[in-house]
Design a protein around this ligand. Structure first.
Ligand code: SAM
Length: 470
């Protein structure tokens, strides 16, 4: 008897071919559950660079554009942003059951996730002070779904699923919206339009904003590709009538076919995709919040709150204010490369003597990040130490035992989440340690060069300087 998981894969591929997709006989949709990777696509014979792996008709993409719902509820869609629109469309199509054109597709999409949105409090606590904990946005999403999705489903029960929708409880609709929202986050693509005619400005540049505004859509099979930071060998190409997945390097028989989810730190990989692998360590970051900088400027550098707010206002006008600033992982940590230049500028601006600040402000200028002063380096060093202290355990404690992601055993899901969280927090602490050492070295260098300068001055120069100051 065929395994139901495999049966769903076969029904899905059959449906996709019937919808007009071409799928190369050289690839297979396989079961990777034993390595906790769900389904994946592998090559079963050698594939050349640029070879077509599959192409999906644009009409098979599960999107707002292709669903009947926006035509049934036009006024509702005028009010919703693209993200909520796709969630509503997916809820509608899911509620149609067998009647939906995408039923076999829904059957291979997950109903459970390992993303942070679905972690329990004790699991999230294992992330300790990682800034990702404040980026999950569960409460905000709950409120939005209660306000914008639940009433639409209840008031249009006839459209959504009759009796079941009419009596649906708020918490069930919110849970369904979370399921669809999380599916979009881990599976959807930004869909480039069929006829992309981007208008160039006078200087011949095309606006990046258009890319940001691309609508999202669920592309069957393209989203069955897993990702790997170092083994990306396929990419989706947007053609007029089809979306085509092609090999971007030669692929050997037996190799998995990988998409690219981008250079994401492991904390974000967990938040969006619910898994991590070691080769994303190079993208790890640790974040220093603006609030921490504010507090350190007041407490450590003794800057008054009115000066801090005045400087922050100017920096905001200059587009430099963010909720947090990244320090990135590096094999060869460099203060000027791996600490966000915006953070260096922020710190130097806060420390400027008032006349110097007035002078720069009058010219609309900012301190250069490459001119980090001794006081700036010391304030940064203080911040790095304070950020390290926010974590409940030390790097040494975390590394005292080897960590592995269990493949099986009792409560394997929880054990894996604990282990993944520990690896994420270790990554962040390792960056903080590198920053700590690099800043201590820089402070030593700055102090010895200022001592050298002092020594280089002749006794006459020193005494004339003293006379000027007197
Ligand atoms: C776009 S889907 C890829 C298809 C997915 N494996 C499935 O069975 O539906 C993204 C999800 O696949 C899983 N995934 C992707 N790449 C992975 C990898 N290298 N290792 C483990 N899981 C991976 C994660 O659960 C992620 O949220």
């Amino acid at each position: 008897m065929t395994d139901p998981f495999q049966q769903r894969s076969e029904t899905f591929l059959h449906w996709l071919r019937n919808s007009g997709a071409d799928i190369s006989p050289k690839i297979e949709l396989v079961d990777l559950r034993q390595i906790h990777a769900g389904r994946g696509v592998v090559a079963i014979s050698e594939i050349a660079e640029d070879e077509l792996l599959f192409r999906i008709p644009r009409s098979s993409v599960l999107s707002v554009e292709n669903s009947a719902l926006p035509r049934l509820l036009p006024a509702v869609f005028e009010e919703l942003d693209p993200w909520l629109s796709l969630i509503l469309v997916m809820i509608y199509e899911w509620c149609q059951g067998e009647k939906s054109s995408w039923k076999p597709y829904f059957d291979v999409l997950p109903s459970e996730f390992n993303t942070l949105m679905f972690w329990s409090e004790d699991e999230l606590n294992e992330l300790q002070a990682s800034a990702v904990r404040y980026k999950i946005g569960k409460e905000g999403a709950d409120e939005m779904f209660k306000e914008k999705i639940f009433p639409v489903v209840r008031q249009n029960a006839g459209i959504f699923g009759g009796e079941a929708a009419a009596t649906a409880k708020e918490r069930d609709v919110v849970a369904l919206a979370h399921r669809m929202g999380s599916t979009i986050m881990a599976y959807a693509f930004d869909i480039e339009p069929a006829n992309q005619s981007k208008e160039a400005d006078e200087e011949g540049y095309v606006s990046e904003e258009e890319d940001e505004a691309l609508p999202k859509g669920m592309v069957p099979l393209a989203d069955m590709l897993n990702a790997d930071a170092d083994r990306n060998n396929a990419r989706l190409f947007y053609e007029e009538n089809y979306l085509s997945m092609k090999a971007i390097s030669p692929i050997q028989a037996g190799e998995e076919i990988f998409n690219d989810y981008g250079p994401l730190p492991r904390s974000d990989l967990l938040r969006r995709y619910g898994y991590i692998t070691d080769n994303y360590v190079k993208y790890d970051v640790v974040e220093i919040s603006l609030d921490m900088v504010r507090e350190a400027a007041a407490k450590h550098a003794h800057i008054s709150s009115s000066i801090i707010e005045d400087r922050l206002e100017y920096l905001d006008d200059q587009g430099l204010i963010d909720t947090g600033y990244d320090i990135t992982a590096s094999d060869n940590f460099d203060v000027f490369e791996d600490i966000s230049p915006e953070l260096l500028v922020l710190i130097e601006t806060l420390l400027l003597p008032q006349p110097e600040f007035e002078r720069l402000k009058a010219k609309g200028k900012l301190p250069k990040p490459s001119n980090l002063s001794m006081k700036g380096a010391q304030l940064l060093h203080f911040l790095v130490k304070a950020r390290t202290a926010q974590f409940a355990t030390s790097l040494q404690q975390d590394q005292s035992e080897p960590i592995s992601l269990p493949a099986s055993g009792p409560s394997v899901v929880k054990a894996r989440r604990y282990a993944m969280a520990k690896l994420v927090r270790i990554g962040e602490k390792a960056i903080l340690r590198q920053a700590d050492i690099a800043l201590a070295n820089l402070i030593n260098k700055l102090s010895s060069s200022s001592n050298d300068l002092k020594r280089e001055r002749s006794p006459q120069e020193e005494s004339s300087k003293k006379r000027r100051m007197a």
